[in-house]
Design a protein around this ligand. Structure first.
Ligand SMILES: CC(C)(COP(=O)(O)OP(=O)(O)OC[C@H]1O[C@@H](n2cnc3c(N)ncnc32)[C@H](O)[C@@H]1OP(=O)(O)O)[C@@H](O)C(=O)NCCC(=O)NCCS
Length: 184
């Protein structure tokens, strides 16, 4: 799935930092409400987390550009097998019907995702989301979304399902819904 005129580009950890200054305004505009409410979401924190995230295994960023303007992005990285085992255990406990491997396999962590507010609701986000997940070789993906975030409904329509409601993976993180999606 793509949308007319949208240029989708993949960036690895070496190239992604060059995109950060273009991503931050999209982040700030698309998260304006929550930035005002919770310091965890301040754009400087986004930059700090990005610097840490790009060091993750298999880091990948997809940007969406329309008429020369970056209008959206999504990125994530791999949780390697031994560090992924807690997630597999949670899947076994909470979603007994979900297929799980005999030995823990890596999991793709879908970390950040945004589209400029003026460009939302036109399919660009879905195209960026799909472009990032399409080439991944991990069997499943995992993400955190605030329970009240309207994006949660999109994820549910795009094949994600709820695994748990829990505190995010940083000391100052709020409560998130943890969602998973099969990539096979
Ligand atoms: C979440 C977010 C990235 C989604 O981006 P988006 O560009 O608005 O998403 P899309 O437009 O692809 O959503 C698709 C919906 O748009 C609508 N749509 C309108 N025109 C469309 C078109 N031509 N093609 C496809 N979908 C279209 C459909 O209702 C579609 O719903 P569906 O995919 O469930 O069928 C965006 O809302 C955002 O930046 N939110 C704030 C930041 C945020 O919360 N990020 C997530 C953190 S976990």
């Amino acid at each position: 799935m793509s949308t007319p005129g949208l240029l989708l580009e993949h960036h690895d950890a070496a190239n992604a930092p060059k995109m950060l200054d273009l991503m931050v305004p999209v982040y700030a505009a698309s998260h304006a409400d929550i930035i005002a409410a919770d310091p965890f979401f301040h754009p400087d924190k986004f930059r700090e987390r990005f610097d840490s995230h790009i060091q993750g295994a298999g880091f990948e960023l997809v940007t969406g550009t329309l008429d020369g303007q970056l209008i959206g992005y999504a990125y994530g990285c791999r949780r390697v097998a031994d560090r992924a085992s807690a997630i597999w255990d949670k899947i076994r406990a909470n979603l007994p019907g979900f297929p799980t491997p005999a030995e823990p396999e890596p999991i793709f962590i879908f970390m950040e995702f945004a589209v400029d507010p003026g460009m939302q609701g036109q399919g660009h986000g879905h195209a960026i989301h799909n472009a990032l997940l399409a080439g991944r070789r991990e069997p499943i993906a995992n993400l955190f979304v605030r329970p009240e975030n309207p994006a949660r409904n999109k994820y549910m329509r795009w094949g994600w399902q709820q695994l748990a409601r829990e505190k995010g993976p940083f000391d100052d993180a709020p409560i998130f819904d943890s969602l998973i999606k099969s990539l096979s």
